[in-house]
Design a protein around this ligand. Structure first.
Ligand code: ZN
Length: 322
């Protein structure tokens, strides 16, 4: 394979994995956009050992082309064991996904790319890091990244650090107030009407009887979803006082309603829920448009987050964050 000489002084090359329940996106690069030199998608499937051997071999082959990989970052679906002192650090733990219970995500990668720093975190924490470093939350030390898709998850950055705590936050499962007249029982198998049970893609489909992307713009399920989104984001704002909320995932694209109308509705519902109590110009009728925003890295937030995890693991402070 040809070896592409790297420019002296260019940022170190890292391996990045966005590990999702449907696909794994693997990349080699130095940062977002043109900084991603190579990428490949692999179906997640139900045989983790085989998949991870395939991915490890892909990275070794990329190393032949692009030069030495200096660090690895993995942003993964969960639940995952993030405790570095645990014997199962880097494992997927209790997922209902067939074949993936107690899967050793990092093992074969560590063997294929030995002696390099490894950063490992949840997919949403990774995406939060990526948006903070290169995207819609640049130069902010306090913000939230929330994704609303098949499920709902959130990563919080507070004081410039990703919040982990006991395990990791599970924002998608906060309890929600019942909107008057809304009898929907919710779709979460654990909690029924938690946020994920009301606003995830499958929850919208369960409520409406048709997939979210096919919902007509005037379908009442949109109004119910948007009001609940406003409640949830207002609750998180009361708890964490973020300076911005980056709202990613497929549901935020609004299907036939459109992304603009979806965001306008969520911003209005958010302000109605707070009822003028939290005072900041960031939350007034103009400021709100730059307070709840879509991701700037788009669908690359996850893989860029994995690159950021690799950078942090190696101790490189390439971040513009003060
Ligand atoms: Zn739940």
């Amino acid at each position: 394979m040809p070896h592409v000489p790297r420019v002296p002084g260019s940022p170190p090359l890292v391996a990045a994995i966005e590990a999702g329940g449907t696909k794994f996106v693997c990349a080699v690069g130095t940062g977002p956009g043109e900084g991603i030199l190579a990428r490949e998608r692999f179906d997640t499937g139900s045989d983790p050992a085989r998949l991870l051997d395939t991915i490890a071999a892909w990275f070794v082959a990329q190393q032949e082309v692009w030069g030495l990989i200096a660090a690895l970052g993995v942003a993964s679906f969960g639940p995952v064991d993030l405790d570095e002192r645990s014997p199962t650090h880097g494992f997927i733990t209790t997922t209902p996904k067939p074949g993936w219970q107690n899967a050793d995500l990092l093992g074969s990668l560590r063997r294929a790319l030995p002696r390099i720093p490894v950063g490992f975190d949840t997919d949403v924490n990774g995406a939060a890091l990526g948006e903070g470093r290169w995207g819609a939350a640049r130069e902010l030390n306090d913000f939230l990244y929330v994704t609303v898709g098949t499920g709902i998850g959130g990563g919080a950055v507070a004081g410039g650090r990703v919040v982990h705590g006991l395990v990791h936050p599970e924002m998608g499962h906060i309890q929600m107030p019942r909107v008057p007249g809304d009898e929907f029982a919710g779709a979460c198998p654990y909690h029924g009407r938690c946020w994920e049970g009301l606003c995830s893609g499958p929850a919208i489909a369960a409520r409406a009887g048709i997939p979210a992307e096919d919902l007509p713009p005037d379908h009442p399920a949109w109004d119910a979803t948007i009001r609940s989104m406003g409640h949830a984001l207002a609750t998180l704002t009361c708890v964490l006082s973020p300076r911005r909320i980056v709202l990613g995932g497929s549901v935020r694209k609004g299907g036939r309603l459109g992304e603009e109308r979806f965001f306008t509705g969520v911003r209005r519902a958010f302000r109605e829920t707070l009822a003028g109590y939290v005072l900041s110009p960031a939350l007034d009728e103009h400021g709100i448009n730059t307070f709840i925003v879509p991701p700037a890295l788009g669908d690359d937030a996850g893989v860029c987050g994995a690159i950021a995890l690799a950078h942090d693991a190696a101790g490189w402070r390439l971040s513009p964050t003060p």
